[in-house]
Design a protein around this ligand. Sequence first.
Ligand code: SF4
Length: 282
Amino acid sequence: MTEREIKGGIKELSPIDVYMLLPRTNCKECGEENCMAFAVKLVSREVPLEKCPPILKKEKAEAYKKLQELLAPPVREVVIGLGKRSLRIGGKLVMHRHEFTYHNPPPIAIDVTDEMPLHPNPERKDEREGIIDRIRKFEGFSYDYIGKRLNLDAIALRSTSGNPETFKSVVRAVTEFTDVPLILCSLDPAIMDAGLSVAGDRRPLIYAATKENWKEMAELALKYSCPLSILAPNDLSLLRSLARTLIDYGLNDLVLDPGTFPEEGIAATINNFTMIRRCVFK
Ligand code: SF4
C-alpha cells in the first residue's frame, strides 16, 4: 500500500479496489444484493467488513488482511473499556469533520481524585461531594445538543495522594460501582501498576507516558493490553519521538497529548492539535 493510499483515506479509496478483494460470489449473506453494493457501503463506512461471512474464511485470510489495511482510517481508532460501554476515540477519515459523517465525537469525562472521600462526611464542611455521588450524577447526566443527546463517556481517576495503595483502593471502589470506561492518571509507574492491578482487565486508558517514564509505562500497557497516552506538553517533536519509540516497542493503541494550556496558551494548544491532524492528512 502506498503512502498516498494510507493518507488519502476515504476520499481516494475506490469501491472497485475494495470489490476486487471481496469474494465476488454475490451470495447476499451480507444483506446486500451483490458484492459491489457491499463494497460501496464499505467505502462509505456504513457497514463493517465482518458483515461478509465468506471473507472471514481461512482461505480468504490474505484478502481479508489486505481489505483491513485498505479500509483502516488514517487516524487509528482506539478503544477504551470493554463491551457495550466501551468508548471509541480517533478513527478519523478526513481532515475536517464536515467532509464526512461525524463519528467518534470527542468523549466527555469527569475526573475524581484518590483524595476525595467515597462518601462525604456530613460533619465536614469541606467534604460536600464524594466520589460515588459524583459518579451517580455522571451516570444520570445528558444534554441535548443540535439534535444529538450528549452523555458523559468516561471517568478519569487521578492519583493526587501519591500513594499506590490509596489509588488502588479508590480504583477498586469505582470499578465495583460502575462499568463506565476509565482513564487512570498518574505519571508514577508504581501508582499506575497499583491501579491496573485491580482495573487492568477493564482496558482503561493509561495516562500517561512521558520522556521520563515511557519504558515502565510501555511495559504496563503491554502487560495489561491497555491503550496508552503519551504526554509531551507543547513539544510536538518530543511527542513524535516518543510515539515512534513506543510503536517500535510493540504498542499501537496510542493517544497523543500535546497538552492543553488555558488563557494565553490557548493559541498554542489549538495550533498543536491542528498540526498533529495535518500531519496525518497532508
Ligand atoms: S456476503 Fe460477501 S461475498 Fe456475499 S454478497 Fe456480500 S460481499 Fe459478496
